[in-house]
Design a protein around this ligand. Structure first.
Ligand code: CUA
Length: 338
């Protein structure tokens, strides 16, 4: 009885629990650009399973000794028999395989055409994403240049609006993949690739670099935050603003930040204007740090500022020799960047 309950638990409870804890689950999708890919994936999976079952059954029947036929003595030779009509197996087999393969190819092409079809092509909503070792630079592009800004790693999009992603390669080849929203597309140096996303429901969608790109490939995550258009507009307007001048206690932190970090990082509205690392203008509004590798909490932030090489070895941010007071001041300042 207990055993049966255990088996039941494995079959019914485990998949539900696994789904809940699997933000990268690609067996279910969300949005117009995901549905065709998910359907194709399931279709091809079912076709493959059916083919394996049929081939397995045929092999089993084929190697079984015929009725009334004794298994040969070891070491004896068996004359090759050519029963009449044997070639039909070949013709029928090749025809069926060709037919199934043609359907798969046609279906794949149709899905590719559907997910790549330009929508609202006249005035698309464009986000430019550059893959870098090991983080994502994100630029919101707008014909009105005062509404263009740069951020990193956390990508907000409005629901129900097809968003055109322009994917650029910053150093080596990376691959942009948010499995619940659509398939993978590489970011390749010297080339601009295009990808469309269209989230149906508000929520968080985890993504991941899907092309090996060096030591911290596994810590090059993406967080897509899909919001209702009104909330998204509010977020965008907030991001466009410069960092507010901090209250007096954090002012010393701002000066420390500009001096120690400003060559690589930018915070709009200050003298920090570096372009080598992620733009930190509204860092405190982001949920995670270090390309979504750690929660954006005071503890992790302090750990990261004091020794980024311990938390994410080989990343380009050097370990700075900061005094305890400087570390606290810089962290306190960064926490004001809402
Ligand atoms: Cu970037 Cu893997």
């Amino acid at each position: 009885m207990e055993k049966r309950i255990f088996v039941l638990a494995i079959f019914f409870v485990w998949p539900v629990a696994a789904r809940a804890a699997a933000p990268m689950n690609f067996l279910a999708g969300d949005g117009e650009k995901a549905a065709p890919v998910v359907a194709l994936m399931w279709g091809l999976l079912i076709i493959s399973v059916v083919v394996v079952v049929i081939i397995g059954a045929l092999v089993f029947v084929g190697v079984r000794p015929g009725r009334g036929q004794k298994p040969p003595e070891p070491g004896t030779r068996i004359a090759v028999a050519r029963p009449a009509g044997g070639l039909n197996w070949i013709w029928i087999g090749v025809s069926i395989s060709t037919f199934v393969l043609l359907i798969s190819v046609g279906w794949t092409m149709a899905v590719l055409a559907k997910v790549n079809a330009p929508q609202n092509a006249a005035a698309p909503f464009i986000i430019e994403v550059t893959g870098r070792q090991w983080w994502w630079e994100v630029r919101y592009i707008n014909p009105n240049s005062s509404r263009t800004f740069t951020t990193a790693n956390e990508i907000h999009i409005p629901t129900g609006v097809p968003v055109k992603f322009r994917l650029l390669g910053g150093d080596v080849i990376h691959s942009f993949w948010v499995p619940k929203l659509t398939g993978k597309t590489d970011t390749i140096p010297g080339q601009t690739n295009t990808l469309w996303l269209d989230a149906r429901d508000p929520g968080l969608y985890r993504g991941q670099c899907a092309e090996y790109c060096g030591a911290q490939h596994a810590h090059m995550s993406i967080l897509v935050v899909a919001q209702k258009p009104a909330q998204f507009a509010a977020w965008w307007n907030r991001q466009l603003q410069d960092a507010t001048s901090p209250a007096t206690p954090a002012l010393a932190g701002r000066d420390d930040f500009v001096m120690h970090c400003g060559n690589c990082h930018a915070v709009r509205g200050t003298d920090a204007a570096g372009v080598y690392g992620p733009d930190l203008s509204h860092l405190a509004s982001r949920q995670m740090i270090a390309a979504n590798s750690f929660p954006n909490t005071p503890g992790y932030l302090s750990g990261w500022i004091s020794d980024p090489q311990a938390m994410k070895p080989e990343n380009l941010m050097p370990k700075l020799e900061l005094s305890g007071a400087e570390l606290t001041q810089i962290r306190t300042y960064l926490e004001t960047l809402k």
